[in-house]
Design a protein. Sequence first.
Length: 274
Amino acid sequence: MWDNIINYFSTLEQHPLQRMAILVGGLLLFWIIEGAIPLLPLRYKKNKLRHAAVNFGFTVIHLIIHTFLAILIVMLSDWCREQDFGMVYWFNANVAGAIVIGVLALDFSSWLVHLVMHKVPLLWRFHLIHHSDNNVDVTTGLRHHPGDSLLRGIFFLLLIFVSGAPMYSVMIYQTLVVLATAFTHANISLPKRVDKALSYFLVSPNMHKVHHHWVQPYTDSNYGAVFSIWDHLFRTFTTLDPKKIRYGLDKYYPNEKDEDFMALMKRPFQKLKE
């Protein structure tokens, strides 16, 4: 079993069509589900397809950036293996251990970079584009300004360096985070007990929707990507009744511009309105 897992995920980086199929498949699956069991009534500026087109514009740029970053990811992971550098090698971990260490380290990188972007004003300028979406649905998950995407890539590389994550561990995590991002942003209504039970260990839809609430301190909470353990551990976990959630921003950016692609691209380079 482990041989099959290692062989598949070790070479997944070399099969962009398979990776794209996972991304598109996850989006389509939760697009259908959110249409069947919506959490909140969303009010798009024009319609859902127009809203999706804006977010897909950012998605395409995000994927281009990470295609180039993938070269560095492979080189760094291979270097760690050759030099026996990183926690995987320091602890002499077996395959299962390498997967656990790599996945947890990379998920921590997602939590940490997210926290940093909220706390550093210059970086928040780029990340607020993600939060400016007034209608959070499955397409919001990859709505990241290029500056946001680059910073995520830097932190990802940093935690590969620290953990020594082998490529199969890296690709397992990237597969998990793609599916988790679609799941947690999708406008789906789960039974409250199910959502709450999930939130003890995984980031649940309701948990992440709190992060998209338009006012602080709710915006500055629930930073997790796949696992909720970091928010519980560092006390950044917050709950809010989904019925009280309102998306968008109470300052910094005019909410009526949340589907203006060019304005969103330019916004990080303009003075913020308090």
